[in-house]
Structures are given as structure tokens and as C-alpha cells.
Design a protein around this ligand. Structure first.
Ligand code: JFZ
Length: 451
């Protein structure tokens, strides 16, 4: 079995490291809890403005790509070790076959940037326990265990810095490879342990040291996106401690809610594969979603969402005050599937024209709209017309303040006739042609009520 570095020497080092940290960068835990609303708003600002990010699920699971021993394995591709009940020794042999010679970090980052994405969240370690960077506490990583021998997270870090994209990491608490992390709930089918007294050792000697490697060696990490917190061994104390540990290493980092088991854990909620009907009121949140039906690459999953659907999902999420983390699952060769690339380029073209109506906007202040969605900035409403009303009359409920002008965002010279009876009823007359079949954005400028 490809091992983790022996825990014992680490234990001594860990004690020293913890002592050292307490006098250096680590913020005392109570300072984290004392963060003011203003400080928190400052920390969240870039993420709230960003609205749109790329999720990347990449690892050994791209090699089988949804098949095992000649059979199609159901479910999401990155869970194949679990779904096909693959013993650790057989699964880790995939490392010798993982040689993504077509991987090009700058190509991936340019794809994200040109799609209008502002951050990338990549799986540094998924549930299978394989590390996508050159870890010093494990040999089960892309440098030590594969013929590729390159630290892809280091290369991505450089590319993100070059193109102005925030690099973020998804990191799984659940680990199907580390012997101290196994439990009866997620047996790797060759360890029938009923319960694991060493989970604490896994957390202190492996999980936290790896996270420290990622937060101190790969540039300015924007978000730590935890997952796999549902294992019974993980509890609220672990979650609180991990939150403080991470913020102590990087005080301005953002951490998702899957660091813990409380509703209010972390800094933002993470609805998965769904858009909450009315958003998640009063909290920061981000919908994560696949473009087909799997996060990790599966060669036979061709159930791609349309570009229109993806753009309208982004608009819907932004109109409810959330972020959209849209996934790509690269192949074992290191390429992003063609249908993903095609959709991302098309989303980028739409955002190039209409990005002002998404980035740095706030949620719809008007209530439900039959013909589309609405996003806002101070003094402006962006009306996203999905379906032009047959009669050409676009009705708006409850616009507060006097409307100065209505025009097409794509061509501000194209002004529209409108009527406003008091605050309640606004009717905009829509011309018969010149629409974007995905989403036509109108800008409504409002006289701001003097404070
Ligand atoms: C998790 C992972 O298991 C999955 O592989 C992927 O990385 C996704 C983004 O996150 O999936 C989940 C997590 C939690 C639930 C369901 C799927 N849940 O709580 O129902």
C-alpha cells in the first residue's frame, strides 16, 4: 500500500510546529470569533462580486472513467472506488497509469477566464485520498506515485496568478485511503474495522499538515472548500477547530459550510445540484453543479446541459443572491471534455456583453417575474428577459424610485418606452425584434431617493 510518511517522527514535528505556530502567523482562535461584520464583509467582498467559478474534479478516478472490470459503474465518477467496491491496493494501482501528458495549466485557466469565471476550486484531495500536489506527508500523490511526477497544483497556482484568477481548493475530510481514517461507515472493502480509534491521529498528523502545505505553498488561496464532513467521526469540535486552524494560517481565507456539522458552520452555504427556490435568505451561498451528471470524468456520460440552461442558471442564481460553481471533469490525459469547453466559451461570449448584470450585483428586489429574472446595483435594475411577453408589454411590480431611462444593455442607444404609475406599476413596451435568444438584458436606471 502506498504509505503516508511514518506518523511517529511527524508527531514530534507536529508538537514543535504547533508551538511555533502559536507565536507566528496563527491568529488566536478568539480573534477569529471576534470578526466584526465590516471585517467579514471585507473578507467576503471579492467572492460576493465574483459570482461565477469553475469547479474541477480531477484525480485517479479519471483513469477508469466510470468503468471497472469491463462494466459500466453507476453513479458519479469520482465515487467509483466506493461504488465498485475496489480494494485500496487495486485502486492505488491506478496511480501508475495516471500520466496526464496533455495537462496545460495555462490552457485551463484561460478557459475559465474566457468563460467569465473569477475563481477555480480544484480537488486537492477527494474522498479517494489521492493528493494532486507534492505532499511531504504522503507518497500517495501525483509526484511520488505517478509517471507524471509534476505538481499540478503548483502549475495551476502560477497560471492563476498570471491570469488574475483566484485559486481555491476542495479538500475531503473523508479519506478512503489513510488507515487512520477508515471507519465502519465507509469501509474500503478490505478493512472491516468496526471503528477507528485513530481518527484523531489522522486529523492532527495528516489532514491538518496537508492543509497547511496547501495554504502555505501554493500562493494566495481564496477558498478552502471542505467536503466529506458527514463521517460520524467528524464532529462540531473538529469543525470549529479546523475553521480556526485554517483562518489562523490565512486570516482572509473563505471557508465553506462543509467544514462543520452546524447549520451556521463556515462562511457560505453549498446547495449541490440545485438552486434554492428563494435563495438562502440572509447568508452567503453558492450552488455547485455538474455540466452533465458526474463531477469526475465518465467516458459515457453525454447528458450535457445546454448553454441556454447554464446561462439561465447563472442568471437565476445571481438574481437570488448566490454564486455559481460550475464543474468540469478533466480526462486522465489532462484535457477538459469538448462539450464542456464549447459551453464555457459560449457562456463567456454572453458574459462579455452582459457581465455588468451579473458581477457585483445583488438579488432581485422586486419579487417573482413571469418573463425572467432581475439583478440589481445601486440605482439600477437589470431585467433579464427570458420570454418576451406576446403583447410586448413587460410589467414590473413595485419599482421604488423614479425611472430615468430604460435601454438594452447590449446597445444602450436602444432606449425603450415605459410608463410608471406611482411606485407600483411599471410597463415597458418591448420592440418586436433584436433579442438574445438566451437572455436579453434591459437596464432600468432609477433616480435614487435622496437620503
Ligand atoms: C460531495 C462529494 O461526495 C461528491 O463526490 C462531489 O465532490 C460533490 C461536490 O460533493 O457530494 C455530496 C455531498 C453531500 C451530499 C450529497 C453529495 N449530501 O449531503 O446529500
Amino acid at each position: 500500500m502506498i504509505g503516508q510518511t511514518a506518523a511517529k517522527p511527524l508527531l514530534g514535528l507536529a508538537v514543535l510546529a504547533i508551538l511555533a505556530m502559536s507565536f507566528s502567523c496563527q491568529m488566536p482562535a478568539q480573534a477569529v470569533g471576534d470578526e466584526s461584520q465590516h471585517q467579514r464583509d471585507q473578507r467576503m467582498e471579492w467572492w460576493r462580486e465574483a459570482k461565477f467559478g469553475m469547479f474541477i474534479h480531477w484525480g485517479l478516478y479519471a483513469v477508469p472513467a466510470g468503468q471497472w472490470e469491463g462494466k459500466e459503474i453507476g453513479g458519479i465518477g469520482e465515487w467509483i472506488m466506493n461504488k465498485a467496491q475496489i480494494p485500496v491496493s487495486e485502486y492505488e494501482a491506478l496511480a501508475a497509469r495516471f500520466n496526464p501528458v496533455k495537462f496545460d495549466a495555462e490552457q485551463w485557466v484561460r478557459l475559465a477566464k474566457n468563460a467569465g469565471m473569477k475563481y477555480i476550486v480544484i480537488t486537492s484531495k477527494h474522498h479517494d485520498g489521492f493528493s494532486l500536489w507534492d505532499s511531504k506527508v504522503s507518497r500517495y500523490d501525483i509526484v511520488d506515485a505517478t509517471p507524471f511526477k509534476r505538481d499540478v497544483l503548483k502549475e495551476l497556482s502560477r497560471a492563476c496568478a498570471k491570469y488574475g484568477i483566484r485559486l481555491c481548493f476542495y479538500h475531503s475530510i473523508m479519506d478512503w485511503h489513510h488507515p487512520d481514517a477508515q471507519g465502519p461507515h465507509w469501509p474500503t472493502y478490505n478493512t472491516k474495522k468496526k471503528e477507528n480509534p485513530n481518527f484523531g491521529r489522522y486529523v492532527e498528523n495528516y489532514l491538518k499538515p496537508q492543509i497547511k502545505e496547501l495554504l502555505t505553498g501554493y500562493g494566495d488561496i481564496g477558498v478552502l472548500w471542505f467536503d466529506g464532513q458527514w463521517v460520524p467521526e467528524w464532529n462540531e469540535d473538529y469543525g470549529d477547530d479546523m475553521y480556526a486552524f485554517v483562518r489562523g494560517l490565512k486570516p482572509d481565507i473563505i471557508i465553506n459550510n462543509r467544514v462543520g456539522k452546524k447549520r451556521e458552520s463556515g462562511d457560505f452555504g453549498t446547495p449541490e445540484q440545485r438552486i434554492p427556490a428563494k435563495g438562502l435568505g440572509g447568508v452567503d451561498w453558492e450552488t455547485c453543479m455538474t455540466m452533465n451528471d458526474t463531477w469526475g470524468f465518465k467516458k459515457n456520460d453525454h447528458n450535457w446541459k445546454s448553454t441556454e440552461d447554464l446561462v439561465r442558471k447563472l442568471v437565476d442564481i445571481a438574481s437570488k443572491g448566490g454564486n455559481f460553481l460550475l464543474n468540469v471533469g478533466p480526462t486522465a490525459e489532462g484535457t477538459i471534455p469538448g462539450p464542456s469547453v464549447e459551453r464555457l466559451k459560449a457562456m463567456g461570449r454572453w458574459l462579455k456583453v452582459n457581465g455588468e448584470s451579473i458581477y457585483d450585483t445583488t438579488a432581485n428586489p422586486l419579487g417573482e417575474l413571469a418573463w425572467g429574472r432581475c439583478t440589481a446595483r445601486p440605482g439600477k435594475l437589470y431585467l433579464h428577459v427570458f420570454d418576451r411577453p406576446e403583447d410586448g408589454r413587460l410589467e414590473l411590480p413595485g419599482v421604488k424610485g423614479k425611472i430615468k431611462k430604460v435601454c438594452f444593455l447590449a446597445d444602450r442607444k436602444r432606449q425603450l418606452v415605459f410608463s410608471q404609475e406611482g411606485d407600483d406599476k411599471v410597463v415597458i413596451s418591448l420592440p418586436g425584434q433584436g433579442y438574445d435568444e438566451i437572455d436579453t438584458v434591459l437596464v432600468l436606471e432609477i433616480q435614487e431617493n435622496k437620503k
